[in-house]
Design a binder for this molecule. Structure first.
Ligand SMILES: C[S@@+](CC[C@H](N)C(=O)[O-])C[C@H]1O[C@@H](n2cnc3c(N)ncnc32)[C@H](O)[C@@H]1O
Length: 281
């Protein structure tokens, strides 16, 4: 896919180094399995989207923009999707074609947004800031491109819980004797993100989202596991045997089944949320 411009906006020749994000296929699948409850909760934090000019920075395959088009009265021509990954934008174009709508996109790094200052009423940075090399620089860019009376929405995960699917992943690695190093703490979480945003916004409101899914079918856990980055990023690795790679989803399903057999249900708690920022410095 060639770089595509949105309204004369230059795309940059960068790409993401995370192999999981080279295509949007698995992220889209993961989001489709997860449903839209959380996304709608995020969108409801802003009372009126109707006439706003909207930037979704690091927006992936467009999960939030599709929800806006489906459930809020927004004009698709007022929205721009950006992402560092060409493959992610390719998946967004596939989705746009399926819906027969034209989508404005720009491939760019969130740390250097190719937009004029004060151009947007609403700017989103959903689950992307923790990927940046220079988070303060990214926050500065978000504060630059939003209107003085506009809003920046930044969503992320909480560090207070480990998602069930991730816990099962580590248990499966242990079961198969695959060595792993535990993840470093997130550089932008619900717990530490507020301070980073407060450097560029006078108002930062933190909203937690808490939910729990009860799973009774271990097959669903396996289907979800096969879409997540932690698993997919292991697949190209030479230091892990093909047998172990193939066995991982099977072991995850078995571990989930053991819990369901024992307790009747597998609980999958979620803790994440959103920062709503206004009054840019
Ligand atoms: C977890 S996904 C979130 C996608 C979307 N915002 C959502 O919530 O559905 C992270 C996205 O950030 C993108 N990304 C990573 N680093 C980036 C950067 N420096 N600038 C712009 N996008 C970036 C990835 O390509 C990926 O699409």
């Amino acid at each position: 896919m060639n770089d595509r411009d949105a309204g004369g906006i230059a795309a940059q020749s960068t790409n993401t180094s995370d192999p999981y994000y080279r295509s949007g296929t698995y992220l889209r699948q993961k989001h489709q399995l997860a449903g839209t409850r959380y996304v709608q909760w995020v969108l409801d934090l802003i009372p009126d989207w109707t006439a706003a000019t909207i930037l979704d920075a690091g927006g992936g395959w467009g999960r939030y923009l599709w929800q806006l088009l489906d459930h809020e009265r927004v004009d698709g021509q007022n929205m721009i999707l950006t992402d560092l990954s060409e493959g992610m934008l390719h998946t967004a174009f596939e989705e746009a074609a399926r819906r027969t709508i034209s989508l404005k996109v720009s491939r760019c790094n969130l740390e250097a947004l190719p937009f004029a200052s004060r151009q947007f009423d609403i700017v989103m940075a959903n689950k992307v800031l923790y990927h940046l090399q220079d988070i303060p620089r990214g926050v500065e860019e978000l504060a630059r491109v939003v209107n003085r009376s506009g809003v920046v929405m930044a969503t992320t995960n909480s560090e207070k819980i480990t998602a069930t699917i991730i816990a099962l992943h580590y248990q499966a690695l242990e079961t198969l004797g695959v060595p792993f190093t535990p993840e470093a703490p997130s550089p932008f979480s619900m717990e530490n993100g507020g301070e980073l945003l407060a450097a560029r916004f006078r108002q930062v409101a933190r909203h937690y989202y808490e939910a729990e899914t009860l799973i009774r079918d271990a097959g669903e856990v396996r289907a979800l596991y096969e879409t997540i980055g932690r698993y997919r990023n292991l697949l190209p690795r030479d230091d892990i045997s093909t047998e172990a790679k193939q066995a991982l989803p099977v072991v995850v399903e078995k571990l989930a089944q053991n819990v369901i057999d024992r307790e009747g249900v597998l609980r999958s708690p979620e803790l994440m949320g959103a920062f709503v920022c206004s009054d840019p410095v």
